[in-house]
Design a protein. Structure first.
Length: 214
C-alpha cells in the first residue's frame, strides 16, 4: 500500500482496495503445474537412464516456477482502489501504470455476473463516466457487489460534501447574536468536523472564537 499512499491527495482516504479474482490465475496455475509435473517425471526417468539428465530437468523446472511467480506478482500489484474522491487503477510490478476516474464524473455503474461468478464472487464492473475514456471495465474482479456498493456510498458522500462545505462556510463566518446560539453552533461545527467538511484545526479555532462570545 506504500505506493498507493503516495498517490493520495491531501485529505484523500482509501475506502476499498480490491484485485482481480483468483480465478484469473487458474489457467496459469494449471499450465505451470502440468509442465512442472512433466519435467519432474522426465527427470525421474533420467535418473534411471542417465544421472546428468536429472540436473537438467531440475534446471528446466525453474522456468514454470519463475513464470508462475511472475504472474502472481503481476496479479498482486494490480489494484482497483476506491477513495473518497476517485477510482484509481494501479498495475505493474516495477513499471507502474496509474489511471483514475473522478467520482463526480461517474454517470452509471454496470455490473455483470455469471452463475459461476455469483457462486465464486467475481464479476465485471463497467464505469460509465463523462471522461475522455467514457467506459472503464474491470473484468473478473473479486466481490464486485461490495465494490459497487462502496462506490455508490463514496459518490453519495461526495455529492453531500458540497452542501456540508457551504454549511461550514456559513458557520465559520457567522457572528452569533447572543450567547444562547453558541452551543448550537459548536454542535453544528462538530458535526461538520466529523463528516470531514472542515478540519480539526478549523473546528478548534472557531470553537474558541464562539466560546469567547459567552
Amino acid at each position: 500500500m506504500s505506493y498507493v499512499k503516495e498517490l493520495l491527495a491531501c485529505n484523500e482516504q482509501t475506502a476499498r482496495v480490491t484485485r482481480d479474482h483468483w480465478v484469473t490465475l487458474l489457467p496459469t496455475i494449471l499450465v505451470d503445474v502440468a509442465v512442472s509435473i512433466v519435467i519432474i517425471g522426465l527427470s525421474v526417468l533420467g535418473v534411471i537412464l542417465s544421472p546428468p539428465w536429472t540436473w537438467l530437468g531440475l534446471l528446466i523446472l525453474i522456468a514454470p516456477i519463475g513464470h508462475l511467480a511472475l504472474r502472481l506478482g503481476t496479479w498482486w500489484n494490480k489494484q482497483h482502489i476506491i477513495t473518497n474522491r476517485r477510482i484509481i487503477q494501479v498495475s505493474g510490478t516495477f513499471e507502474k501504470r496509474v489511471s483514475d476516474t473522478l467520482l463526480e464524473k461517474i454517470n452509471d455503474v454496470v455490473m455483470e455476473q455469471s452463475a459461476l461468478g455469483r457462486l465464486l464472487k467475481f464479476g465485471d464492473i463497467q464505469i460509465i463516466s463523462g471522461s475522455e475514456c467514457g467506459i472503464d471495465t474491470f473484468r473478473r474482479i473479486a466481490d464486485p457487489v461490495t465494490f459497487k456498493k462502496e462506490l455508490f456510498n463514496q459518490k453519495e458522500a461526495l455529492d453531500n460534501r458540497g452542501a456540508f462545505e457551504a454549511q461550514a462556510g456559513r458557520v465559520l463566518s457567522s457572528k452569533p447574536p447572543g450567547a444562547g446560539d453558541v452551543p448550537e453552533l459548536i454542535a453544528e461545527l462538530n458535526e461538520l468536523c466529523q463528516k470531514g467538511a472542515i478540519t480539526k484545526a478549523e473546528f478548534e479555532e472557531k470553537k474558541r472564537q464562539l466560546l469567547d462570545k459567552i
